[in-house]
Design a protein around this ligand. Sequence first.
Ligand code: SN0
Length: 311
Amino acid sequence: MKKYTEIADINSIPEIIKEAIQLKSNPFQFEALGKHRTLVMLFFNSSLRTRLSTEKAAKNLGMYVTVLNVNDAWNLEYENGAIMNLNTAEHVKEAAQVISQYGDIIAIRAFPTLKDKAKDESEYIINSFIKYATVPIVSMESATAHPLQAMADAMTIEELKTKKRPKVVLTWAPHTKVLPQAVPNSFVKMMQNLDVDFSITHPKGYELNPEITKETPINYNQDEALKDADFVYAKNWCSYSEYGQILSTDNQWMLTKSKLSKAKFMHCLPVRRNVVVEDAVLDSEQSVVIQQANNRTYAAQIVLKKLLENL
Ligand code: SN0
């Protein structure tokens, strides 16, 4: 693997998920692999799980880790030929090459603006680093994708499924803030590659990018969609067609214990209690969100392992 910024960077998804689960049972078996190698993590946005689990993953492989909150550094310029007489102090061309000398792998978190669709879809931050860095790049959630989360999600389903082809439903849930489509986008792509009965439910107007959802069934009736589900993944996202808009805050879409029925509950966290999902779900045995978060370490670890092996 040369980089991990999208699901498509993986050769064989079922294979890598099995390897990640295997790593989890013996996390220190490759601790010599990362010796004298450094992971640099660049954060443009907040993080709890991603920062701690990715650092843990790197350390399990024997790596050093350096973290930079980029907002504490210089304001970066991305535009080619820009006359930098305003508030950007350093061009990403220099920054990416310089950081590549300090780290053997660079991991980046850069959320979308959710205002300018074309700019967000250009993935200009992560793509500039892919272009100008001389070391592999890992996405820790970009404008349109969160592939490490999706890998942890797939691991969790693989570990917990009780039938060969479980029914998995991604349901939109209400939220008071404008949130990205990155998590659902990557979850959809991951599910399309697994042997699962997968569908999406959301109110009209919340269709994700049709180039991502493709043939995946969409049901606008949540009750119908959730029937007999084995796994229910709840997540809020803002409208894609009316980009960055909140079209509904209808709390009828909040996930409740009765809607969940016998299914396992999944969410990437952080989650707004009693807005996205009610307490009774999160506090029940059916919630697997803590296990999902644990799997973030081994998802990151298998990705770092593949990249280290290719250095
Ligand atoms: C982010 C998102 O993409 O939805 C990160 C998820 C891993 N979530 C949020 O920004 C939630 C913020 C909030 O205020 O609830």
